[in-house]
Design a protein around this ligand. Structure first.
Ligand code: 3UK
Length: 546
């Protein structure tokens, strides 16, 4: 499928509404935050759309969604798309200062948020440097902020309905949509009009705003969701990646609904492994999306397979960072299910190189997804020979066009038809792609490239290791050498002897020069809100200690 196969006038609300003809009464969503049929979500989205129009929202206006994964998230999203707006999915885990930056940079006119987040939102609105000139209205789901004072908002609402403490008028979501009709005609958007805006945290610097068009959603659903994963109507999909992340948005809503499958939403924290397991057992999904660290955390639970019935699963998906082969094997042995690892990015909306069910090469990212082309090039932009490391470029119709308000970075990243991923890759003789770290995480040790990912995979194969991260740390003469931070499995205790043993193990299982020179045991690794290890934090920590 190509973008040109979609009508010129295309609105991605069609992905939800295509279910109204034959399966309006089928469950579209379930989970701790409530369930909805397709008809119910579509009606709620229409009410949101009418409410937005009443507030003056027009085509291309941004509506920020700062909510836990919930039916309201889905209705707010599709209601925004339907009136031609741009849904700005905001990461709930960020600090108020980061929220302020995103709301301001993204020029959100409306913010739809949750009562539980009200204190953080109030702080964000207050702290925004230069204020938030574009923000006109806050809509609060659940506790409207007029309850007891300890909800973080003052207990007295001024006459205009804005709770004291919020510098922007606010109103209650239920009351707001309750006053709206359930009929709404979609805006006649062009398939290339933007409909989503996401901020990608990256490993350094300010988050970058990335816009996607209506066509990108429909295309990725077809190319990867159906083409690779083989999603079907009787699937029940649960993504532990949240809706504010395009990995989760595709996994939880766009892809399942594009085939009439239903989704499980978890409003709680994805890193609360016992809660995630409880949801898996209660809602019996057939497909589960997670990040590698999530799988590692589950595998670290005592007697995972004996204590939990996860037999409903037919496939698992991993993305966000490379899935180490030992984790893949442990999961397969424990659960009897394959994990499909694929690399995607916010820039490309979703996965563009992927393993396929039944053809997985553990530790690899798989092969290019139909509809995408990739190249591995050296510093001069020339293709490298098979087997050699280089920089990954990708080309495809779901690629974003620019970073919002970041021209210099845009010109370095969006290179005509090609997108510079910042990832080091090699391709083997059979055409499988192997991730070898980020451009900036690669180490040169004794003049030779060392991929921290390879050292981590080796360490992870040792039974004492649950999680680990390797970064380059200068030695006594200033030469960069690998250092490993290690989170131990239950029953192991950090000691000099164990550190020695782990280094020996690396020497046995890898080229000796790649071994970590130091091992530091830690209770947890610093991570981004989307679960990626912040190696630069470890580098900083190592620098500070010297
Ligand atoms: C890294 C991977 C190795 C890689 C994402 C699936 O992660 C997503 O988007 P982000 O914009 O980050 C993109 C970067 O993350 N990465 C992602 N997946 C893998 N590295 N193996 C993988 N399987 O550095 C990439 O450039 O946060 C993933 C779908 C949608 C997404 N947005």
């Amino acid at each position: 499928m190509r973008a040109a196969d979609l009508p010129l006038r295309y609105n991605a609300v069609e992905i939800l509404e295509r279910n109204l003809a034959d399966r309006a009464g089928k469950r579209a969503l379930e989970g701790p935050a409530g369930e909805r049929t397709f008809a119910e979500v579509a009606a709620e989205a229409n009410r949101v759309g009418n409410g937005l129009r009443e507030l003056g929202v027009r085509a291309e206006d941004r509506v920020a969604i700062l909510l836990p994964d919930s039916p309201e998230w889905a209705a707010a999203f599709f209601g925004t798309l339907k009136v031609g707006g741009v849904a700005l999915g905001v990461n709930t885990l960020l600090t108020p200062a980061e929220h302020a930056y995103i709301l301001r940079d993204g020029k959100a006119r409306i913010l739809i948020t949750d009562g539980s987040l009200a204190p953080a939102v109030a702080e964000a609105l207050e702290s925004a440097a230069g204020g938030l000139p574009d923000l006109e209205q806050v809509i609060v789901v659940g506790d409207s902020g007029r309850g007891p004072a300890d909800d973080g908002l003052a207990d007295e609402a001024p006459a205009d309905g804005a709770p004291a403490g919020l510098s922007v008028p606010s109103r209650d979501y239920s009351e707001w949509i309750g006053a709206q009709g359930a009929q709404l005609a979609p805006a006649a958007t062009h398939r290339e009009d933007f409909c989503t805006l996401n901020y990608s945290s990256g490993t350094t610097g300010m988050p970058k705003g990335i816009l996607h068009a209506h066509k990108d959603l429909a295309l990725s659903a077809r190319l990867w969701g159906v083409g690779v994963l083989g999603l079907r109507e009787d699937d029940v999909v649960y993504s532990n990646a949240k809706l504010f992340f395009t990995y989760g948005l595709g996994g939880s809503l766009i892809f399942p609904w594009s085939v009439g499958a239903s989704a499980v939403l978890n409003p709680g924290a994805g890193r609360d492994t016992p809660a995630v397991l409880a949801i898996l057992e209660r809602h019996c999904p057939t497909i589960f999306f997670n990040a590698p660290t999530g799988y590692a955390a589950m595998l670290a639970m005592p007697d995972l397979a004996q204590e939990h019935d996860l037999s409903s699963l037919r496939l698992c998906v991993s993305a966000g960072e490379a899935l180490p082969a030992p984790v893949w094997h442990r999961w397969k042995e424990t659960m009897g299910v394959e994990i499909i690892d694929g690399i995607g990015s916010t820039e490309l909306f979703h996965i563009f190189i992927s393993n396929r069910p039944g053809e997985v090469r553990p530790g690899s990212s798989g092969t290019p997804v139909d509809g995408y082309e990739v190249r591995i090039v050296d510093e001069a932009g020339e293709a490298v020979p098979t087997g050699e490391l280089g920089n990954l470029l990708v080309k495809g119709e779901t690629a974003a066009l620019f970073y919002l308000h970041q021209e210099a970075l845009t010109r370095r990243t969006f290179l005509g038809e090609w997108v510079w991923t910042g990832d080091k890759y090699r391709v083997d003789e059979e055409g499988y792609y192997w991730h070898a770290g980020r451009t900036d995480d690669m180490l040169k040790v004794g003049g030779i490239w060392v991929s921290p990912v390879e050292v981590e995979s080796t360490l992870l194969a040792h039974s004492a290791v649950t999680e680990c991260a390797v970064v380059g740390v200068p030695d006594s003469v200033g030469l960069i050498k690998p250092k490993a931070w290690v989170v131990l499995a239950a029953g192991f205790e950090g000691s000099d002897r164990l550190a020695e043993e782990l280094i020996e193990y690396c020497i046995e299982h890898m080229a000796a020069y790649k071994r970590p020179r130091w091992i530091e045991f830690t209770d947890g690794l610093p991570k981004t809100a989307t679960g990626k290890i912040r190696r630069f934090k470890l580098r900083e920590a190592a620098g500070a200690r010297r």
